[in-house]
Design a protein around this ligand. Structure first.
Ligand code: BG6
Length: 518
């Protein structure tokens, strides 16, 4: 890289992220402000939030005065916390470590020790933020990131309110950024929304669904609304059914505390998969603004419901011992911290219908699971078979329905499957793929979802954050299935490394269909 001032080669110390940022896709830079993270010693903060904040700083998208305050029970000094953040960055940051960027970020790092019900500690937090405002120029602008269990939301919101931290002075802002799970059913989500909204106005609440921060998820909107090619096909006239899959190969070692009693449907379907469904199925928003986008997602979620009877249209399972690649792995019941009697599902599949002119009669099959064959998230739109084939049957044995597959991860891209003539002297037709891969079409690496979402929250850009209504509607869709499962005892076993329980295959077979093997 060349130093823009001297014309000579760029030295580490020359790099000024604000001036030299090479990022053309996200040139929006947050104004003065800071972030307080509650739950800063947790997994998410260590693996995602802290590295993302550094990556934003490194890309020149945070102001030089940015401040990061950790709040937690541990008796840590500023120096100790600084070291903790540094280690997380070294471990997980996406972009290279630059000494000068780190040094500037580190100057704004602070730690306040306290529990969530400690009045005195929140008063100290308020004093600390005031001091940072005066000395670092954060201008009274603070985002509070709640990376904590929902049971603690109420205590923290009330403390922020009591200590005066929730209210902004004229010209400054206060926002709350909330991690999932947002409740465990409709009733509890309503209660949480009530608590949060009694302290922060809805426009100051940013509910995180990190799938919306993924480039490939945002690309669903580009694909649908920036092109003429696909829209005429995007309905029950041509689409037979839609499969939304989020498969993971990892198990639950170390996450029992969070996952036991929650399960795959609450962990993933209620949020990530229903958001994917909403983006695939919604009508075109009037404009690309938060309000218009949310309006369309809400409309389609209101029209969505699970298909009965659940004995035939849903499936759930728990992974048993098996193989992940060439490694033997234990089953859920032998994972540390799990109650061996637990009925928590690690695999969930369900059938949804959307009661609208566009989608009547098109099932949406959603599935997710841990310890499946491989890690893949994709949305497959499977088209109806051609109404007539003027070829002899033997010529089309290797021809299936056309499909369009949006690959969310990994191998991000879009694939079209259609029939083509096999070279030779007969009219033999079989499936071929036309493939768009992000890695081949673009040189830039995609930012991490959390980079995008943290930046958007600092910028007050709410498009990629589900509203309270979306969250509640998603629970409304899921609740009847959860209630049905709660009465059914233990989920079916499936071997680790497989593609889930047999009942999931039967679920589609009954409709004359089959899951894709990604
Ligand atoms: C989280 C879930 O929301 O998403 C986890 O709580 C899951 O259970 C994770 O592993 C997967 O995220 P990603 O981005 O790796 O697909």
């Amino acid at each position: 890289m060349t130093n823009p001032l001297s014309g000579g080669p760029m030295q580490e110390a020359d790099f000024n992220p604000l001036r030299d940022s090479q990022d053309k896709r996200l040139p929006r830079i947050a104004g003065p402000g800071g972030m307080v993270i509650f739950g800063v010693t947790g997994d998410l903060a260590r693996k995602k939030l802290l590295p993302a904040i550094y990556d934003l700083a490194n890309r020149g998208l945070l102001p030089a005065s940015f401040a990061l305050v950790g709040y937690g029970r541990r008796d840590w000094s500023k120096e100790y916390f600084e070291r903790f953040v540094y280690d997380c960055i070294v471990d997980r940051a996406r972009t290279p470590l630059r000494e000068n960027v780190w040094r500037r970020l580190a100057e704004g790092i602070h730690f306040v020790q306290g529990t969530f019900d400690d009045d005195e500690a929140f008063d100290r937090l308020a004093a600390k933020l005031g001091e940072i405002d005066r000395t670092r120029g954060t201008a009274g602008n603070w985002g509070y990131y709640l990376s904590i269990p929902p049971a603690s939301f109420s205590a923290v919101c009330n403390q922020l309110d009591r200590s005066g931290l929730a209210k902004s002075e004229t010209g400054s802002w206060r926002r709350v950024i909330i991690e999932k799970p947002f409740g465990h059913d409709l009733q509890s989500a309503r209660e949480l929304n009530h608590i949060v909204n009694s302290v922060f106005p809805e426009e100051a609440v940013f509910r995180i669904d990190h799938y919306l921060g993924k480039e490939t998820v945002q690309n669903i909107m580009a694909l649908r609304f920036a092109n003429q090619l696909f829209d005429p096909l995007w309905s029950s006239h041509y689409i037979d059914h839609v499969q939304i899959t989020m498969a993971e190969d990892i198990g639950l070692g170390g996450r029992a505390g969070y996952y036991d009693g929650i399960g795959a449907a609450r962990d993933v379907i209620q949020n990530h998969l229903l958001q994917l469904l909403a983006l695939v199925a919604m009508e075109e928003p009037l404009a690309f603004t938060p309000h218009e986008l949310q309006t369309e997602k809400i409309k389609v979620l209101r029209a969505t419901e699970p298909v009965f009877p659940f004995s035939r249209t849903t499936a759930r399972g728990q992974y048993a011992a098996g193989w992940q690649g060439s490694e033997p792995v234990v089953g859920l019941r032998d994972e540390e911290g799990f109650d061996p009697e637990s009925n928590t599902e690690t695999y969930a599949a369900l059938t949804l219908q959307i009661n609208s002119r566009r989608w009547a009669g098109v099932p949406f099959y959603l599935r997710t699971g841990k310890r499946l064959g491989r890690r893949v998230t994709e949305i497959a739109l499977v088209f109806k078979a051609a109404p007539h084939l003027p070829f002899a049957d033997v010529m089309t044995t290797a021809l299936h329905e056309n499909a369009m597959v949006i690959r969310v991860q990994p191998d991000e891209g879009v694939l079209m499957r259609f029939g083509a003539k096999v070279p030779g002297s007969t009219m033999e037709v079989r499936d071929v793929n036309m493939d768009f891969a992000y890695s081949e079409s673009f040189t830039e690496e995609s930012p991490e979802a959390y980079e995008r979402l943290i930046l958007d929250a600092l910028l007050d850009e709410a498009s990629l954050f589900p509203t309270n209504e979306e969250v509640e509607l998603s629970w409304k869709i899921l609740d009847p299935v959860l209630e049905y499962w709660a009465q059914r005892g233990r989920p079916e076993d499936y071997p680790a490394g497989s593609w889930g329980p047999e009942s999931a295959n039967r679920m589609l077979a009954r409709d004359g269909r089959a899951w894709r093997r990604p």
